[in-house]
Design a protein around this ligand. Structure first.
Ligand code: FES
Length: 296
């Protein structure tokens, strides 16, 4: 028999809450407008976009920042609840640390959200509204604490934590349920044996082509006489790189502009944070063959 929490809470939250929010098409109009604004401020290929995405870190930067906000506020909550008067200044300071960390956290979250569509975009809207409400309550709490209205300040923080907790759960749904921020090539297992993927002559036009090896998409392109083979599924959100643009030894994804080096798959510009897997490639009797690169 399933444990009660799993039998009741899991379907209640995921199906009744997250999946219902994903169907709220009424949010789309406003979301589209805000996304346009975010993309204008943080355009693809800009240094600011790469900083906000975590391209420099090799990992999305929004999730660790949320830990700072939620961790500070949770610590303050524990001190408020069990610490007594002696630790009140520490609790107040932690509320302030969470407020200060909320701004970069919101910017990085908006940057990631600007590339989402449909259900995940709608969940992101509710996630952002919840976070904004929690932040407002914590700011009011911080001001009340500074004025000496401690009970009111603690009450406001408690309300903020309830909303922030729900909002964090929605963020978890986006990451773990919908794969936002996850390296989309993580589960791309290419054949370890040489696998034929068609005629070499298909590359003569110079355009990138998509072929399948063991059921996985492979991007093939000939650049300055060298044939390159990369995972076709973009590590950012999974678009086909074969639909992108090849230029100067790089391929740029048509969806959000991430650019990867053909030679080694490394990220030149984000929003991708993970490199593109490359495959070994050879030509036998006019046929292209690829296989997974051996781990060094
Ligand atoms: S899917 Fe977003 S840049 Fe490729």
């Amino acid at each position: 028999m399933k444990p009660v929490a799993q039998a009741v809470l899991t379907p209640l939250l995921r199906e009744s809450v997250a999946e219902r929010i994903e169907k709220l098409a009424v949010l789309d109009g406003a979301a589209e407008l805000v996304q346009k604004g975010v993309r204008a401020v943080l355009p693809s290929g800009s240094a600011a976009k790469d900083v906000a995405s975590g391209t420099w870190l090799g990992h999305p930067v929004h999730p660790p920042l949320t830990d700072l906000v939620v961790g500070s506020w949770t610590s303050a909550w524990i001190l408020d609840a069990f610490g007594g008067k002696r630790v009140a200044p520490a609790a107040d300071a932690l509320v302030g640390v969470g407020i200060a960390a909320a701004l970069p956290t919101a910017v990085t979250g908006l940057s990631d959200w600007a590339e989402l569509r449909e259900g995940p975009r709608r969940v992101g809207v509710v996630h952002a509204l919840g976070n904004s409400t929690a932040l407002t309550l914590q700011v009011l709490s911080f001001l009340a604490r500074r004025r000496g209205a401690r009970a009111r300040g603690v009450g406001l923080s408690m309300a903020a934590m309830g909303i922030a907790g729900f909002s964090a759960w929605l963020g978890g749904h986006l990451s773990f349920g919908r794969g936002v921020g996850v390296n989309q090539t993580s589960f791309e297992d290419f054949p370890t044996a040489w696998t034929s993927v068609g005629d070499e002559s298909a590359l003569d036009g110079g355009d990138p082509i998509r072929r399948s090896a063991g059921g996985r998409g492979v991007l093939l392109v000939k650049h300055r006489g060298t044939i390159h083979a990369l995972a076709d599924r973009c590590s950012h959100r999974g678009c086909s790189l074969a639909e992108g643009k090849v230029k100067g030894g790089t391929v740029t994804c048509a969806c959000h502009g991430s650019t990867f080096k053909l030679a080694d798959g490394s990220v030149v510009t984000g929003p991708a944070t993970a490199p593109q897997p490359i495959l070994e490639v050879r030509v036998r009797d006019g046929k292209l063959e690829v296989r997974a690169r051996k781990e060094e």
